[in-house]
Design a protein around this ligand. Structure first.
Ligand SMILES: [Fe+2]
Length: 436
C-alpha cells in the first residue's frame, strides 16, 4: 500500500492539468503526434460533447501502454442492490423519510459489491438526475476495476479512509473529504483502515462544477485552488483483471490481460479530484435572518434552466452563528427542489435526535419540513449569543427532480417509520393576543 501522506497532487479546479510519470512521456506541442515517447498509445477521453462550450468542455489525452479497447466481451452480471433511474420499483413519494445507518454487511464486500441504492431521480439515459447510494466495504478491490458510464461519482466517506487508484493517478480521501470521479474513468478502491462506509451520488447530468459567486466577489465558498488532482501513476502488470462497467443501469463484466491503470502521462480537464470540506469558506449572515442554504453549495451540476440545478452538493459545516433576533435553525419550508441528506459526523442543527452519522433523510418536492419540536422550543427560548457549531458536518444532495426511493429503502428495517412524529410535538402557541 502506498503511503497516503506521501501522495502529490496538482491544484486548481477544472484547469488543463498535465502530468507525466516518466520524464518526457508527455508529447510537447501536439496532442496526437505520429509516434509518442516510450511507444505509448494516445487515447482521447471526452466526458463532455466535443462541441461543449469551451468553459464547460472536459476532455483529457491519455498516453498509455495499451488503448482501452484491448479488452474482452462484456457479459451482464447481477446488479445486486444497485438501481438506476427510472427503476420502476416505486413512484416518487411525498412522504418524509429517514433512515438509521445500515448495519454492517454480513458478507465480505468490496466497494462495488457494497453499494446499495437508496433513491434515484431523473433518467440516466437522458443524462438528467442522479442516483444516491450507500457503500460499505471491508476488503480491497483486487485486480478489479469499476467504470461508471451512467454518471460521475461523488464519493462522500463517512468512516474509513479510501485509496482511489484511477487511470489518472491516486487519490486518498478520508471522512471530511470528498472525491469526484468523472463518468467513464476506470478506478479501483482500496481501504486504508480495513473498513469503510459512506455515500455516493451518481450524477447523470452535467459534470459538477463550482457555483457562481455573484456579488460575493472573487473569493469564497469552495475556492478553486483547494481542489486536488492526481499526478500520473501507472502499473505495467499483466495477468487476469476484471472490469465492471455500469452501463444504462446494468452491470457488465469484462476481462483484461493487463491492468487498465497504464496511463503514463496525461493532459486535460477531465480527471478525478478531491476536496477537503474543512477548506470551504463559509459565508453567512452577520446581521439577521438565515439566508437560503444555497450559500453552502460546494459543487453544482447545472440543468438546462439557469439557476435550477440538476444536482447541488451542499454542506452544513462547522461555523459561527451570530444572527440577532433570528430563529437560527433552518426554517420550516416547502421547496420545489428535492433534498436527500446525510450526516458525516456530529449533530445537524435542525435535528438533534434520530438523524445519525451514516443515516439519511429524504424530503421531496414541496414536502414540508424543518426543525423537530425540541429544536423549535430551544431556538425560540435561547438567549442569543454568538455560538460556534463545532461538531457537525451534514450534507445534502439537492435536485430539481423528485427522488424515487428504492424497494430496499422502503422496506429496510433501518427506515424510521415514525420520522413524522418528530414534528408532532409542535404545539399551538397562538392565543389570539399579540404578545410575541
Ligand atoms: Fe430543506
Amino acid at each position: 500500500m502506498i503511503d497516503p501522506e506521501k501522495l502529490e497532487y496538482q491544484t486548481g479546479f477544472g484547469n488543463e492539468h498535465e502530468t507525466e510519470a516518466l520524464p518526457g512521456a508527455l508529447p510537447v506541442g501536439r496532442f496526437n503526434p505520429q509516434r509518442t515517447p516510450y511507444g505509448l498509445y494516445t487515447e482521447q477521453f471526452s466526458s463532455t460533447a466535443f462541441t461543449a462550450p469551451r468553459h464547460q468542455n472536459r476532455r483529457t489525452w491519455f498516453y498509455r501502454i495499451r488503448p482501452s479497447v484491448v479488452q474482452g466481451h462484456y457479459k451482464p452480471v447481477d446488479t445486486g442492490l444497485v438501481r438506476t433511474a427510472p427503476h420502476g420499483e416505486s413512484p416518487p413519494l411525498p412522504d418524509l423519510m429517514r433512515w438509521e445507518a445500515l448495519p454492517d454487511s454480513e458478507q465480505p464486500t468490496d466497494f462495488i459489491d457494497g453499494m446499495i441504492t437508496m433513491a434515484v431521480n431523473g433518467d440516466a439515459l437522458s443524462q438528467t438526475g442522479c442516483g444516491v447510494h450507500l457503500y460499505q466495504a471491508d476488503r480491497d478491490m483486487t485486480d478489479r476495476f469499476y467504470c461508471n458510464t451512467d454518471g460521475e461519482c461523488l464519493i462522500v466517506p463517512q468512516s474509513g479512509d479510501l485509496m482511489l487508484y484511477t487511470e489518472c493517478g491516486l487519490l486518498s480521501i478520508k471522512p471530511g473529504e470528498i472525491a469526484v470521479i468523472p463518468r467513464g474513468i476506470k478506478f479501483s478502491v482500496k481501504l486504508t483502515d480495513g473498513k469503510a462506509r459512506g455515500y455516493i451520488c451518481e450524477n447523470y447530468g452535467a459534470p459538477l462544477t463550482l457555483p457562481e459567486r455573484g456579488p460575493v466577489g472573487a473569493n469564497g465558498y469552495a475556492n478553486d485552488r483547494d481542489f486536488q488532482y492526481p499526478v500520473a501513476w501507472f502499473e505495467d502488470r499483466e495477468g487476469d483483471f476484471e472490469l465492471v462497467s455500469k452501463f444504462a443501469g446494468r452491470l457488465y463484466q469484462t476481462t483484461l490481460g493487463h491492468s487498465p491503470l497504464d496511463v503514463v502521462a496525461w493532459v486535460g480537464t477531465s480527471a478525478p479530484y478531491k476536496y477537503d470540506l474543512s477548506r470551504f469558506n463559509v459565508i453567512n449572515t452577520v446581521s439577521y435572518d438565515h439566508p437560503d442554504p444555497s450559500i453552502f453549495t460546494v459543487l453544482t451540476s447545472q440543468s438546462d434552466t439557469p439557476g435550477v440545478a440538476n444536482l447541488d452538493f451542499v454542506i452544513f459545516p462547522p461555523r459561527w452563528m451570530v444572527a440577532e433576533d433570528t430563529f437560527r435553525p433552518p426554517w420550516y419550508h416547502r421547496n420545489i427542489m428535492s433534498e436527500f441528506m446525510g450526516l458525516i459526523h456530529g449533530i445537524y442543527d435542525a435535528k438533534e435526535q434520530g438523524f445519525v452519522p451514516g443515516g439519511a433523510s429524504m424530503h421531496n418536492c414541496m414536502s414540508p419540513h424543518g426543525p423537530e419540536a425540541g429544536v423549535f422550543e430551544k431556538a425560540t427560548q435561547a438567549n442569543l449569543q454568538p455560538e460556534r457549531y463545532r461538531d457537525t458536518m451534514a450534507f445534502m444532495f439537492e435536485s430539481r427532480h423528485p427522488f424515487t426511493p428504492t424497494r430496499f429503502a422502503l422496506d429496510t428495517p433501518a427506515r424510521q417509520n415514525d420520522y413524522i412524529d418528530c414534528w408532532q410535538g409542535l404545539s399551538k402557541h397562538f392565543n389570539g393576543k399579540n404578545d410575541g
